[in-house]
Design a protein around this ligand. Structure first.
Ligand code: 5AD
Ligand code: SF4
Length: 458
């Protein structure tokens, strides 16, 4: 009988990708994934440390997993509990001490060693592995075995050397590392063979990607994207998350030159105040960022833009906040993430003076989000009445409904035949909301080519 694996994933797309890879590697040991922890022989919490109360959330989930483990033990069955990801990396010892029932704690750079770690834990030996091994996990992780939808992540870069003073990533994910071009291209071809139509290249600092290309010359991300665009079945390419300092001329130009590179970019700025950007150690000014955006808009007219913002970083004044608001007004975003600053232990920001009161942070976040939401709604509304190509990558909750993405990363809901799942189809946008749009399939020869034509056209 096969063993069952339950994985709960928090945080960024990188963690989602890592969880797939863990499932892949454990499939080779006979583990099948399950949605139900009480069914599982191995339960993994893949954690994120980027925001407040991460550790508490992990402990609260661990309490629930412990109950499953004990219920299994009463039946004479064994279940293992593992904590992976960035909380494991940062607080592995604390977890092992506080939760004696946890069998395994391991960081993001060790997933390729899962088979030996599981073997140890099965033999009643507690495992802790928060190393940064010299070998790259990418050389050891197996080819994909999990079924992918039409849109897949592809990890090309990991770690970060930027050391923004609020951020734990350089400590939990380690130094910047670029995956070799050949490996990336091979994985893209495998995804293509599985029917994937859209790939999102992932990295904590993805636009810092560089390495020897397949022609022996040094490549940057723009060159890698160009090579990936030759993979025929891949119709759409995206990448995230980028740092303004690594947005080079070629990458900006690529947005105008490579048709498969989607007209959307997530380029976090964090603040509109040079003083705060300096305190954050972002290594760029607001004007530097605005200049990149202007050039991107020139290279690819209509490009949709997204960013991350932090309000209430230590020392942030009303004037600094006003500069963030002014920057948002000037750029006009299609969708953004915004957060209240929360100190992460071990980062320089955590001991900075000028802590901003919680109430002030709340008020600033409220004001910023109101503006960002208005911009997002306006952006979606501007598509009403237009025809946009939508790649259907999810099935809706209601039968007969498909969900997809526009090139500009908007969610689109359509009543459509399931047959169109995985296809890119023209949709006439009828309604727009804060978080998405809905519309109807534009009837063409192809969408009419089956007996289901009435439903498709509905
Ligand atoms: N407090 C608030 N937001 C943070 N982020 C990262 N660290 C912190 C922190 N300590 C946000 C940044 C980053 C996003 C992934 O999370 O905006 O770009
Ligand atoms: Fe964190 Fe991104 Fe700054 Fe690196 S560039 S330290 S990942 S916020």
């Amino acid at each position: 009988m096969s063993k069952k694996l339950f994985i709960k994933t928090w945080g960024c797309q990188m963690n989602v990708y890592d969880s797939h890879k863990m499932a892949d590697i454990l499939a080779s040991l006979g583990y099948e994934t399950t949605e139900a922890p009480d069914d599982a022989d191995l339960m993994i919490l893949n954690t994120c440390h980027i925001r407040e109360k991460a550790t508490e959330k992990v402990f609260s989930d661990l309490g629930r997993l412990r109950a499953h483990k004990e219920a299994k033990a009463e039946k004479g069955e064994k279940a293992l509990i593992a904590v992976a990801g960035c909380v494991a990396q940062a607080e592995g010892d604390v977890i092992l001490q506080r939760a004696q029932y946890v069998d395994m704690v391991f960081g993001p750079q060790t997933y390729h060693r899962l088979p030996e770690m599981v073997l140890q834990a099965t033999g009643d030996k507690r495992v802790v592995n928060t190393d940064f091994p010299v070998e790259s996990k990418f050389d050891y992780l197996p080819a994909d075995s999990q079924m992918q939808g039409p849109s897949a992540f592809l990890s090309v870069q990991e770690g970060c050397d930027k050391f923004c003073t609020f951020c734990v990533v350089p400590y939990t994910r380690g130094a910047e590392f670029s995956r070799p071009a050949e490996q990336v291209l091979d994985e893209a071809k495998r995804l293509e063979a599985q029917g994937v139509k859209e790939i999102t290249l992932l990295g904590q600092n993805v636009n810092a990607w560089h390495g020897a290309g397949t022609d022996g010359s040094e490549w940057d991300l723009a060159r890698l994207i160009s090579a990936l665009s030759d993979v025929k079945g891949i119709e759409r390419i995206r990448y995230m998350t980028s740092h303004p300092k690594d947005m080079n001329d070629d990458l900006i130009a690529a947005h105008g030159e490579i048709a498969k590179l989607m007209p959307f970019l997530h380029l976090p700025v964090q603040s509109g105040s040079d003083r705060i950007l300096e305190l954050m150690n972002r290594k760029h000014t607001a004007d530097f960022y605005i200049d990149i955006i202007e050039r991107l808009k020139k290279a690819r007219p209509g490009i949709a833009l997204s960013s991350d913002f932090i309000v209430g970083f230590p020392g942030e004044t009303d004037e600094d906040h006003a500069q963030t608001m002014a920057l948002v007004e000037r750029i006009t975003y299609s969708s953004c993430y915004s957060f209240k600053y929360s100190p992460r232990p071990g980062t320089p920001g955590a001991v900075m003076k000028g802590v901003v009161p919680e109430k002030t942070k709340d008020a600033r976040l409220h004001e910023l989000q109101a503006l960002l939401q208005k911009q997002q709604l306006d952006f979606n509304l501007s598509a009403v009445g237009k025809t946009v190509p939508v790649l259907f990558d999810r099935k809706g909750n209601k039968p007969g409904q498909l969900l997809g993405k526009s090139p500009w990363m908007q969610s689109v809901y359509v009543d459509a035949n399931e047959r169109l799942y995985g296809q890119t189809v023209d949709v006439m946008i009828e309604k727009a909301f804060q978080n998405g749009m809905s519309g109807a399939i534009v009837t063409t020869e192809e969408t009419l080519s089956t007996p289901d034509k009435k439903r498709d056209a509905a």
